[in-house]
Structures are given as C-alpha cells and as structure tokens.
Write a protein that binds this ligand. Structure first.
Ligand SMILES: C[S@@+](CC[C@H](N)C(=O)[O-])C[C@H]1O[C@@H](n2cnc3c(N)ncnc32)[C@H](O)[C@@H]1O
Length: 165
C-alpha cells in the first residue's frame, strides 16, 4: 500500500503516508523518463516554466542523467521539499539497473506528508521555502554547496584575457 496524493500545507499537492513507516523503510520509487541534462534544461526553459502554477518534476541523478516525471512516472514526483525532511532519496542498483528510491529517514506516522531535502542547486536562482520547520533555511536551495562553489568562481574583472600564446 503506497502513499497517496493530497493537498499539501507546504505547496500545491504533496504525498502522504497511507500507513506508518519505520526509519529505513523503502517508501516509494521515483520513476519517469530518463533524459540527458541538456534535454531536461531545454524542456524546463521552453515548456515547463511557461506552464503557469506548475511545479517542475525533474530529478537530477548526476551530471549525465535526469529523470523527467512530468509526463510519465509514479506520484513520487509530487513529494515536496523540507529542510527537516522525513525521507531521503538514494540511487540503488538492482540487478544492474539503477532505481531512485525514497526511504524513510525516521519513523513516519500515518497521514504525515512525505518530504525530502531537494538540495536544489542554483548559483543565481533562489526558491523560497515554505516547509515551516524551525530550522528552515528559508530557501529550497542547498546554500552550503552553493557557497562552496561560489568561492571557486572568479570575478569577471579578475579574468586575464587569453591571447592564445
Ligand atoms: C516536484 S514539485 C512538488 C509538487 C508540487 N507541490 C505540486 O503541487 O506540483 C516541486 C515544486 O513544488 C514547490 N515546492 C516544493 N517544496 C516546496 C517548499 N518547501 N517550499 C516552497 N515550494 C515548494 C516548488 O514550486 C517546486 O518547484
């Protein structure tokens, strides 16, 4: 008996536990269409961003692969972000095939909304977070990772013109 879709207190629709889970339980598989990041970026930029009110249903596995759950896949694509989530995602290998599984991070009661930390990464885009937890970062972004990467970026004025020599 998997989780079910419902109106969320965080954002739009979310998914809710139909029964209780113990920490470490597999809760649901995140499925969809496997695409390259360049395809996902183009779809997001040219199609999905223009669909008013719609969330984005893209799960970035790594630099080579993105799961696009917009048109195909399980209801896992409706899981909202929380800075104090009750679930986490892992890519696991089953007989040579990789699967994105959402696991319970702690014991979860029946009808709790399921959440995980999106660790949304964007140097120039901030997405306000409404998870409402005391330790909310205020943004869905992975601020720590972004800060680390921004330290590696050099100001344009500091760049040296390459003359090809
Ligand atoms: C994968 S969808 C999640 C399902 C979404 N609630 C819906 O009804 O379609 C991701 C989008 O939901 C919204 N969202 C999810 N978690 C959020 C949060 N903690 N705070 C604010 N918006 C959130 C953002 O707009 C994000 O782009």
């Amino acid at each position: 008996m998997g989780p079910t879709k419902g109106k969320s207190g965080i954002h739009g629709f979310g998914i809710f536990a139909k029964h209780s889970h113990r920490a470490g339980d597999m809760v649901i598989e995140y499925t969809g269409e496997l695409v390259r990041p360049s395809i996902a970026d183009r779809r997001e930029h040219f199609i999905y961003n223009s669909l008013v009110g719609a969330g984005t249903y893209l799960f970035r596995i790594d630099n080579e692969r993105v799961i696009d759950a917009t048109r195909a896949g399980s209801i896992a694509h409706l899981i909202n972000h929380s800075c104090e989530p009750n679930c986490y995602s892992r890519v696991i290998n089953v007989h040579g095939d990789e699967h994105i599984i959402i696991f319970a991070k702690r014991d979860i009661k029946q009808w709790e909304e399921l959440t995980y930390d999106y660790r949304f990464f964007s140097i120039d885009e901030r997405l306000a977070c409404y998870c409402g937890f005391p330790r909310c970062r205020g943004v869905v972004n992975d601020t720590e990772a972004e800060e680390q990467v921004s330290k590696l970026l050099v100001n344009y004025s500091e760049l040296i013109q390459w003359t090809g020599e």
